[in-house]
Structure formats: C-alpha cells, structure tokens
Design a protein around this ligand. Structure first.
Ligand code: MTE
Length: 294
C-alpha cells in the first residue's frame, strides 16, 4: 500500500523546519521564528566520528565493532510493517515512508546514557506525518518499534547476548512530536549500516538507546511497550529515558557529558534537561514525577 504525501504538512513541522534552518545559520526566509524555536544544537561532529563511535549491539559491544562488522548487513530490499491500531496496516517500502521530496534536514544533539554526546546532521521524515497517513485509531496510546532480527548477518544475535530483537517504545504523543524523526540519512548520504540503515528512529530529548536502529516493525498499541533495556535491567533503564541531569543512573551521574571529538582539553559539558529541547517537549511531562518515571 502506498502512503501519499497529498496531506498538507502539519503546521508544527513547518515551524520546526524554519527553526532548524535558523539554527544552522542559513537564510531563514519568511516570518520571524516562533517562540518555541529549536535550540542551537552546536557544531556537528565529523562523519568519521559519527560513523566510528557507535552503539549497535547486534554487531558487538565495542564502539568500533559496528563500523567493523555491519558492512555485511543487507538493507535492500527493505520493508517496514506498520500495524496494530491503525486504519491502513501493511508492509511499507522506504520510498513509501520517506519519499525523497519529503525528507528534511535536522541537526540534533545525541546524548547517550553512557554520558557521551554528539551532534549529528540527519536526514529523515517526521514520524508524525507517517503515523497520520496510516490512520492512528483513537484506542492507540503507545508505539512499539521493533528492529531487525537476522542472526545470519548480526553476530551478537547468534550469541544471544541480549533478548533480541531490540525493541523500543514511545507514548503516542512523544511519537507524534514534531522533533521525532525517522532518519534515512546523515551528512546527505544514505544512513551508514552502523548508524541503523536503512531507517532508524531519532528522539533527540531521550537517551540514545531510545533511537532504535534498522527498524522493521512499528506497532500502535494501547499497552505500554517493554523496551529491551527495561526488560534487561528495570532498575537502571526506564520506559521514558528522558535526558535528565537531575536523575542519575544508579551507577553514575547524568549531570555532565563528554562531547565526542572535543579533544583532550575540550572538557565535559553540563547536560541540559531534555538534552536542550525542554522548551519544545517539557509540556509532554507536565505533572509527572520524572524521578519515578525515569
Ligand atoms: N538500535 C539497535 N537496533 N541496537 C542497538 O544496540 N543502540 C542504541 C541506539 N539504537 C542500539 C540501537 C544506543 S545505546 C545508542 S546511544 C544509539 O543507538 C547510538 O546511535 P549512533 O551509533 O547512530 O550514534
């Protein structure tokens, strides 16, 4: 089934695109920025850094393992099954989900739970637009993301070191937020395998592990999904996983981070609430105790 881009882009996406353009220092033609402009994410890391310091445990647990071992992953053909509580379930091709004329540039900070960070120039489509086009039913409250299970090409899946496949979840309003992206590229090139080819989630205000790589299934559900890390170690990894300098991981502080590539004298930086996206996302958590719902 084909998704059509006939729908007009929802207004928040348009605003956000302008904000991102302004953040890049490119000519921001048109009206002044909205009050809720995206923060300046900072200078992007190099392509080398972004593609050689990765977490993609299907290919090993070392930071260079994904770059070394992911080359053999076959990503063409690829389809993403979108199902559950939607009107138009089906198997969607990459071109259906992210047609070239709908792909946007987004420079986002990525803050890993291990307390390092990067700035990455992604290309992708807002998840909200994809969900709008498959017709989310009123009963849906959460979105579950399932990634590739292919032990023939993923060495750690043969070792059963984690409960594969890697699964993540978002609340529906988080999934519909204009910052939430399905990324298909970085630095203007198709997504390198080690970064989650051919399509991955990017949720910039959450710890990096929420941004599931090599997606094969998106399911709308009324039950809160149990993510891989939550299932492994519930006392250390919660469902929300919002970047929060005030709530430490049980074994280390989350107050600061080490920017990758900052060099020996670059020093650590203070971690910002919601990774710097508080103006845009804090309202999603109004009234919640983020120390309890970590
Ligand atoms: N997705 C899958 N399928 N498997 C993984 O091991 N690691 C996560 C996330 N997505 C992971 C994944 C973690 S811990 C992080 S920090 C980010 O991917 C890293 O993304 P990057 O390597 O593109 O920077």
């Amino acid at each position: 089934m084909k998704l059509s881009w006939n729908d007009v882009t929802p207004e928040p996406l348009v605003l956000n695109r302008r904000a991102v353009i302004a953040g890049l220092g490119l000519a921001a033609a048109g009206p002044a920025l909205p009050a809720r402009a995206a923060v300046d994410p900072g200078k992007p890391n190099s392509f080398e850094e972004i593609t050689n310091y990765n977490n993609f445990y299907e290919f090993g647990f070392g930071k260079t393992d994904p770059a070394e071992n992911a080359g053999a992953l076959t990503t063409d053909p690829w389809a993403v099954d979108i199902g559950g509580m939607i009107d138009r379930p089906g198997s969607y091709s990459l071109a259906d989900i992210a047609p070239a004329n709908a792909v946007e540039d987004r420079i986002y900070r990525l803050r890993c739970v291990e307390a390092w960070s990067m700035v990455i120039p992604w290309q992708g489509v807002p998840l909200a637009g994809v969900l709008a086009r498959v017709g989310v039913q009123p009963s849906a409250k959460f979105v579950e993301f399932q990634t590739l299970l292919r032990p023939e090409e993923m060495p750690e899946q043969r070792r059963r070191s984690l409960d594969w496949p890697y699964v993540e979840g978002l609340r529906l309003d988080e999934a519909m937020h204009p910052l939430t992206l399905l990324a298909t590229g970085l630095y203007g090139k198709p997504l390198p395998n080690q970064n989650g080819a051919p399509i991955r989630l990017v949720v910039p205000w959450k710890y990096g592990f929420k941004s599931a790589k090599s997606l094969v299934r998106i399911t709308l559900t009324d039950r809160q999904p149990v993510s891989t890390w939550q299932a492994m170690q519930p006392s250390e990894y919660g469902f929300y996983a919002n970047v929060n300098p005030g709530v430490d991981h049980p074994r280390w502080s989350q107050a600061t981070e080490r920017p990758i590539g900052a060099g020996l004298f670059g020093g650590r930086k203070e971690t910002l609430m919601f990774n710097g996206y508080a103006d845009e996302v804090a309202h999603l958590y109004a009234g919640m105790d983020l120390a309890r719902d970590y």
